[in-house]
Design a protein around this ligand. Structure first.
Ligand code: NG1
Length: 445
């Protein structure tokens, strides 16, 4: 059943398990060492693994992520002025300071504070000149943090947790959906043109479930979503290829551009189209006949077609339009079929769709790597494994595997052996238990 978004931006009584209570106490002590004594509030946002539906969100298609237990926390204290002072429990992430406003200057590309700047700037554009700043200490360190560059959306979790804290300290009563929308646009600050999946999942995930989301907002700006339970007696294993990816610039925006080019090419035949999603009901051969194998922004301009290049894409960037559109088209269908499979408790069907999704990501979207392909193929060789695919943007990161509970020990052994034999290192493996949405963490009893 579709859900409506009625809950306020969440306050979470986590009933913190012991290790998290210890993490909480340590974070408060570190905060006081950094900023001195006074009131402190703590917020968290989870990472995500996408079960199926890759590179569909910026095409207004369907996705099915779930929240990880691994998360990012921020301890905060409101300030009387509009400054934000940022520190991190990890020395690799140096402190930063900025003033909240509608045009916050960026730190150098790749600097972690840009996610916080993006969040603050987006909120400031909603509330010009009224936002108070904060002193903030971020904690996303191992083992409880989200591994960076693993395709598990650590950057969106950081964006969300900063926005959540700023919204709470400024008494802004956003619904989770509205905050997700703002956070999604906030992340464009770093130059990428991703969709809403990660931020929406961080703010609306439900424990034990995957989130089926239609990323196309309705005319009122509302999103339709539903929660799907994972198949009984099955588990999800994450295998990290160890190859780190960064979306900032480059290949990611080239994929976005190819999809926009496909829309530009189809518009003369389907005048209502704004995103690839709009032609989802057409038979693929009809669309394929209208899409060249490749084009460039210059060629589109010469034909007088309306096309907006995302950052980093030039007039002569080659865009493989037909294959990219085919991935998005078939992936949307796979997500819808996956929801049906989950409702029917059909793990075999769900797994088969995941594996098909990997092959489409590999061949049509060209976002895989040998390490990811090797993990997928090794996993599929183990009896009881239902399906496997790369998760997240690609070009590194993790593989998500659906397997019967009984198969898990053997699967883990087999992945470790085969990966080590070929690549000379062990792939970090994590059994994934779907966690809950972002919110405030109340002090442990
Ligand atoms: P990750 O895997 O977190 O880099 C990115 C986009 C998503 C989505 C996926 C591909 C951002 C913040 N995230 O996720 O919106 O497009 O790639 O499905 O841009």
């Amino acid at each position: 059943m579709p859900q409506t978004d009625t809950s306020p931006a969440a306050e979470t009584n986590d009933h913190l398990p012991r290790h998290q209570a210890e993490r909480y106490r340590r974070l408060l002590a570190a905060f006081e060492r950094t900023y001195g004594p006074g009131p402190i509030r703590v917020f968290r946002a989870p990472g995500r693994v996408n079960l199926i539906g890759e590179h569909t969100d910026y095409n207004h298609g369907f996705v099915m992520p779930l929240a990880l237990e691994q998360d990012v926390w921020v301890a905060v204290r409101a300030r009387a002025d509009a400054r934000v002072r940022l520190a991190n429990t990890e020395a690799a992430f140096p402190p930063a300071t900025f003033t909240i406003g509608p045009d916050i200057p960026a730190a150098e590309p790749g600097h972690w504070s840009n996610y916080a700047r993006g969040a603050a700037q987006r909120l400031a554009r909603e509330h010009p000149s009224t936002l108070r700043g904060m002193d903030a200490l971020v904690d996303g360190a191992a083992p409880w943090g989200i591994p960076r560059g693993s395709g598990l959306s650590s950057s969106s979790a950081l964006t969300v947790v900063i926005a959540l804290a700023l919204a709470a300290l400024n008494h802004l009563n956003y619904t989770p959906t509205r905050l997700a929308h703002l956070c999604h646009e906030a992340e464009w600050y770093t130059g990428t043109r991703g969709g809403i999946m990660d931020q929406f999942n961080a703010l609306l995930a439900r424990r034990g479930h995957a989130l089926f989301l239609d990323t196309r907002p309705d005319p009122n700006g509302d999103y339709h979503f539903a929660y799907a339970p994972l198949p009984a007696q099955h588990e999800i294993l994450l295998a990290d290829s160890g190859v780190r990816h960064r979306n900032v610039g480059g290949e990611f925006n080239r994929r976005v551009a190819a999809c926009r080019a496909a829309v530009a090419l189809l518009r003369p035949h389907f005048p209502h189209i704004t995103h690839l999603r709009d032609v989802q009901e057409q038979p693929w051969p009809r669309l394929a006949a209208l899409l060249p194998e490749q084009t460039t922004p210059r060629a589109l301009a010469e034909r007088g077609l309306d096309f907006e290049a995302p950052p980093g894409v030039t007039a002569d960037t080659v865009l493989k339009v037909r294959a990219r559109a085919r991935h998005v088209y078939t992936e949307n269908r796979r997500v819808l079929a996956a929801v049906e499979a989950m409702r029917a408790g059909d793990a075999a069907r769900l797994g088969a769709l995941m594996t098909e999704a990997h092959r489409s990501a590999r061949d049509d979207y060209e976002i895989s790597l040998p390490e990811l392909d090797a993990l997928v193929e090794s996993a599929l060789a183990v009896p009881g494994v239902r399906g496997a695919r790369l998760t997240g943007a690609g070009w590194g990161g993790s593989v998500v595997i659906l397997a019967h509970t009984d198969a898990m020990p053997r699967l883990q052994r087999h992945l470790t052996q085969t990966f080590q034999a070929r690549f000379g290192r062990r792939p970090p493996l994590t059994v994934c238990r779907p966690s809950h949405a972002a919110g405030e963490i109340l002090p442990p009893a």
